[in-house]
Design a protein around this ligand. Structure first.
Ligand code: TXA
Ligand code: MG
Length: 315
């Protein structure tokens, strides 16, 4: 992609702070995936994010902050009391970390473009130390995943170079530890529901909420617009057959030309960590089509992995 950026690509924390304060967009690591960051208060930069990603304007952005107090300052005044107790419980257990909460907000405090016109906004306190340092110095940042819309997310510096060009600024934080996006919870008439499966699984919330939150069905996807879009797809076609395999270690594939391993069948976290890297590797190797092995367990983190792979396979 042609880029209008003239910075050296890898930048340090001080330069990242400067760029954000000057109203620019740059890539920033988090523990889940890299994000494309802009100041919540710079509408020009927010619009630039939609433009750079090719993101539909009806798909809202997650606001990343450093503390629960920051989040409370945006919540709709007459909802604060109702949400107070559970928000503290969820924050204590899961933040900083890979949880995103969709909350009713005072609309005047957050640009319409960030919310995509909704009366809610999504919030997350990330745990990556570099992201937290950055947030301390810049204040709230909007951050969608740092990939071109529809492509696999970026989990390392190289992936951003591939999507946005060699001179796009990146705060390099190494390889993302989780490799999959945060889990998104939305509050519906007093109950929390899962709007996007992520690295946290429904059962993780049982001890905090007293129940396992339901996964919102596709028909409710208007509640989480991002779920409507084709996503996570490499150029390589993921098919039901073929002699190159996208599969798992500890499984034997007979008479196949080559196997791309997504990770270990004994440990879904290894699959999560390498998922987007492996999808992107198919394109780097100019593989046109593979047999996608979807014979995986139906429990826990495997559900998230299946959802990502099925969406990646949509033509
Ligand atoms: O792990 C993550 O969440 C990463 C890192 C960078 O933090 N971010 C990320 O952002 O995955 P993005 O833009 O790729 O996905 C954000 C999702 C979209 O599906 C969007 O529709 C949903 O969050 N979302 C944002 N605001 C929302 C809202 N007010 N109501 C419902 N869904 C919302
Ligand atoms: Mg994304």
């Amino acid at each position: 992609m042609e880029s209008s950026y003239n910075y050296l690509m890898k930048i340090n924390l001080d330069r990242a702070v400067e760029l954000i304060k000057e109203g620019n967009v740059l890539a920033v690591p988090t523990e889940t995936v890299y994000g494309l960051a802009a100041s919540l208060y710079c509408e020009k930069a927010v619009k630039e994010i939609f433009h750079i990603k090719g993101r539909p304007s009806n798909n809202p952005l997650i606001i990343h902050v450093n503390s629960l107090e920051d989040i409370f300052s945006f919540i709709k005044e007459n909802e604060k009391n109702r949400l107070h107790f559970e928000l503290h419980l969820l924050a204590k257990k899961f933040w900083p970390g890979p949880l995103t909460l969709v909350l009713p907000v005072e609309k005047t405090l957050i640009f319409e473009s960030v919310r995509a016109g909704l009366s809610t906004a999504a919030f997350r306190i990330p745990s990556h130390l570099l992201t937290r340092e950055l947030l301390k110095k810049t204040g709230p940042l909007v951050m969608p995943s740092a990939n071109r819309s529809g492509r696999p997310s970026a989990t390392e510096y190289r992936h951003i170079e591939n999507d946005f060009g060699k001179d796009f600024p990146v705060l390099d934080g190494g390889i993302c530890k989780c490799g999959l996006e945060s889990t998104i919870l939305i509050n519906q008439e007093g109950r929390w529901e899962i709007a996007r499966l992520g690295i946290l699984i429904p059962e993780d919330f049982e001890s905090t909420l007293g129940y396992v939150p339901k996964i919102l069905q596709k028909t409710d996807s208007i509640l989480c617009p991002g779920q409507l879009h084709k996503h996570y797809s490499p150029k390589c076609r993921l098919e039901k057959e073929g002699d190159i395999v996208l599969g798992y270690r500890n499984r034997i594939y007979l008479n196949k030309k080559k196997v791309y391993y997504l990770g270990d069948l004994e440990d879904p976290f290894t699959v999560a960590e390498s998922l987007y890297r492996t999808l992107r590797k198919l394109d780097e190797d100019s593989i046109e089509s593979v047999f996608l092995d979807l014979e995986i367990p139906e429990i826990g983190l495997w559900k998230t992995i299946r959802e990502r792979l099925e969406r990646a396979a949509i033509k």
